[in-house]
Design a protein around this ligand. Structure first.
Ligand SMILES: [Zn+2]
Length: 111
């Protein structure tokens, strides 16, 4: 298919951020070199209807990657702790040493 100046073709417009009608404004060896958006008249090289990866897309991909790693970490942290096994026995109390009356006598050291 041969293009001619002024032909209307679809291409991705960076300004409109979508596929729009473009007019061919420059040809290189029978191939479309430059087009002009018919919506906003922005002139740019022919993108072959391919949207270039924008910074927003790159950032979104980065955020997605971060979100994935965060959710993984969160899953590890939010793992519910196993409650202490309930044995049904009252907690063992440390037997308080009852003072032995025999030993309670204060010994007066001989001087
Ligand atoms: Zn446009």
């Amino acid at each position: 298919m041969e293009f001619r100046l002024g032909d209307v073709i679809d291409d991705y417009c960076i300004k409109c951020r979508r596929l729009t009608n473009h007019s061919v404004v420059s040809l290189m060896e029978g191939q479309v070199a430059k087009v002009r958006c018919r919506s906003c008249y922005h002139e740019h090289t022919y993108l072959h209807e391919q949207a270039p990866p924008s910074r927003k897309d790159l950032k979104k991909a980065e955020m997605l990657a971060n979100a994935n790693s965060e959710s993984t970490a969160e899953a590890l942290v939010s793992d519910p702790q196993q409650p202490a096994a309930d044995t049904g026995n009252p907690p063992e109390l440390e037997p308080s040493p009852s003072p032995d009356p025999k030993n309670s006598r204060t010994r007066v050291p001989k001087v």
